[in-house]
Design a protein around this ligand. Structure first.
Ligand code: OXD
Ligand code: MN
Length: 606
């Protein structure tokens, strides 16, 4: 049988040709298409998806170039318990990852991929994480049978002909994806084909090769393999090997009224407001924020010894619910055109709606599952993990340097999470090692409403728990080792922030959003040496009156709580960190054990 091959396949890369042929033999697609990444290709694929019900075109007057997709109800988020790190030794994946034997896993996957693309098109997607031609960029080739993945990868990465041309005969990271739903002759396609049984989904990383195999899911990080799989899990392994860092961090530029620019990178767990902070509109007069990235930073030591960060992505894959003109006006402006919305509600005018979008719902809508929805019906209209995919270049506050091949020099790292109690609004680390300790102890509290319980804390070190592709203790040691790789004075200062403190009645103590600029201003002042701080057992906190609260009304008792050291709370914190550290056994760096002991001692004498 001769196979129809379309698109731009003009490569002499023998390894790539051989791999595509091997996958084609295994997956048995009906057609092969090599993506060129052009606008015409994007438009044609979107049109095809509209014609078989996978996409709904939104009202071109309201949202030109925008589409809505509804996923299968079983396929709505990343599946952490089906995500595997298949290193040769289980110890190299570590206790925080699911490990499986690489040979057994490869055999199982080959069985699943056998014939998995029957009746479908196999798409070859050449993509670059990082600006094309930048010395830090990595080229991946994703093979997928999902046109939804193709158009999303076209927004999230630099993709197509220029990448294949730049690859030339060089090496690439193979990323194989199938939705796991072969079509028999005459069988009508589903609007969101996938493997509905969660236990048959596999998101698998072979870090030593490196390669990625993903089967059964079409959603987000499970399927857009450049993002979490390549740019974090695989990149974290490469970064350790090559002496750089791959982090779950936004990158922003903050400019003071005097025109001084500070670059800040910040790690928060998923859905803790990274996109909002990355493109924030400061309430402090004269300060501006420019965005360079909202999710991932690749960081290297530059020739001058400073740490330089690059955003490897090309778009935003943001959580829609909660995004509004109040929480993130710049994201709202970014998604007015050329964007894909997944699992949001559809209004009668052909626009999108989600919970907390900042305007009341119309009297009738179609919800994320395609059903009639009316206000008060008791169901959310959008799925809580509904997403928008939008080109970063459309962000009205994108930084002019966001595509600089060598990146931008970072002055401060921020860590944080949702912590209703104990953790102050902002805390500066005493040293690099103390900062690494704070990052290693990061976590986020969730509420367990059904049982009426207080917060349940999940430790999420450096916000990398689901994304570190190797042993977490070795990852901590890699962070510690950065102080030996460059002059300490050139390392960014480290701060821990918490926008999510609540009082005993469950009310937020801090307004957040644009008001966070007040905290960022103090951080800049600390970097410059002018900001006043009080040394406490947990770190340097803003001295009384050191935070600029001009023009804002703040209850003095709320402020006191936000900046107090909760000694009993921190003693519990120490014990919980100790329990989590114990899981790392001998991989825990001695410097962090020392930091924990020092903190315990300081709290005892507090
Ligand atoms: C995440 C994301 O889940 O960025 O962290 O999508
Ligand atoms: Mn993320």
């Amino acid at each position: 049988m001769t196979m129809t091959i379309t698109g731009y396949s003009n490569t002499t890369n023998q390894a790539l040709k051989a791999w595509v042929e091997e996958v084609t033999r295994m997956c048995q697609p009906a057609r092969v298409h090599w993506c060129d990444g052009s606008r015409a290709e994007h438009d044609r694929l979107c049109e095809e998806m509209v014609s078989h019900g996978a996409f709904t075109r939104l009202n071109p007057q309201l949202r030109p170039g925008c589409f809505l997709a509804r996923s299968h109800a079983s396929d709505v988020a990343r599946v952490e318990d089906r995500t595997f790190i298949c290193s040769k030794r289980p110890e190299d994946a570590g206790a925080t990852n699911n490990w499986a034997d690489p040979d057994e896993m490869r055999a199982r996957l080959k069985g699943l991929f056998q014939g998995s693309m029957r009746g479908r098109t196999l798409y070859v997607i050449p993509f670059s994480m990082g600006p094309l031609g930048s010395p830090v960029a990595k080229i991946g080739i994703e093979i997928t049978d999902s046109p939804y993945v193709v158009v999303n990868m076209g927004i999230m990465t630099r993709m197509g002909k220029p990448v294949l041309d730049a690859l030339d005969s060089g090496s690439f990271i193979p990323c194989l994806h199938s939705v796991g739903a072969p079509l028999e002759p005459g069988q009508p396609d589903d609007y969101w084909p996938c493997e509905p049984d969660k236990d048959k989904k596999y998101i698998v990383h072979f870090p030593e090769e490196p390669s990625i195999w993903s089967y059964g899911s079409g959603y987000g990080g499970n399927a857009l393999l450049g993002k979490k799989c390549l740019a974090l899990r695989i990149a974290s392994v490469l970064a350790r090997r090559e002496g750089w860092m791959a982090e779950h961090m936004l990158i922003l530029a903050l400019t003071s009224p005097k025109g001084k620019k500070y670059y800040i990178a910040a790690a928060f767990p998923s859905a803790c407001g990274k996109t909002n902070l990355a493109m924030m509109q400061p309430t402090l007069p004269g300060w501006t924020v420019r965005c360079l990235g909202d999710d991932i930073a690749w960081i290297r030591i530059g020739a001058d010894g400073h740490l330089y960060a690059v955003n490897p992505e090309y778009g935003f894959f943001g959580v829609a619910p909660g995004t509004s003109d109040k929480s993130n006006p710049h994201a709202m402006a970014t998604i007015t055109r050329n964007s894909i919305f997944t699992n949001v509600a559809l209004t009668p005018e052909g626009d999108v709606w989600w919970e907390d979008i900042g305007k009341p719902p119309p009297p009738q809508m179609i919800d994320w599952e395609g059903n009639e929805w009316t206000p008060g019906c008791g169901r959310p209209a959008a799925h809580p993990n509904a997403r928008f995919t939008a080109p970063a270049a459309q962000c009205p506050v994108i930084d002019p340097d966001w595509e600089k091949p060598e990146g931008v020099p970072i002055s401060a790292f921020l860590f944080g999470g949702r912590r209703p109690s104990t953790i102050p609004l902002v805390n500066e680390a005493f040293s690099w090692e103390h900062g690494v300790f704070l990052g290693s102890a990061a976590g986020s509290e969730t509420t367990s409403a059904a049982l009426g319980k207080a917060g349940v804390l999940r430790r999420d070190p450096f916000a990398m728990l689901p994304f570190c592709g190797y042993q977490m203790g070795d990852y901590f040691a890699h962070w510690i080792s950065m102080a030996q790789r460059t002059d300490r004075s050139k390392l960014p200062r480290i701060f821990f922030v918490n926008w999510f403190r609540k009082n005993k009645d469950g009310k937020w103590l801090w307004p957040g959003y644009g008001e966070n600029s007040r905290v960022l201003k103090w951080i800049c002042e600390r970097i410059d040496g002018s900001g006043r701080a009080t040394a406490t057992p947990i770190g340097n906190l803003p001295a009384p009156d050191a935070l600029d609260l001009s023009g804002m009304s703040m209850n003095p008792e709320d402020l006191r709580q936000l900046l107090a050291v909760d000694v009993p709370g921190w003693k519990n914190e120490v014990e919980d960190i100790d329990r989590n550290y114990a899981k790392l056994n001998h991989h825990l760096p001695p410097a962090l054990k020392q930091q924990l002991d020092d903190l315990r001692r300081r709290l005892e004498s507090a």
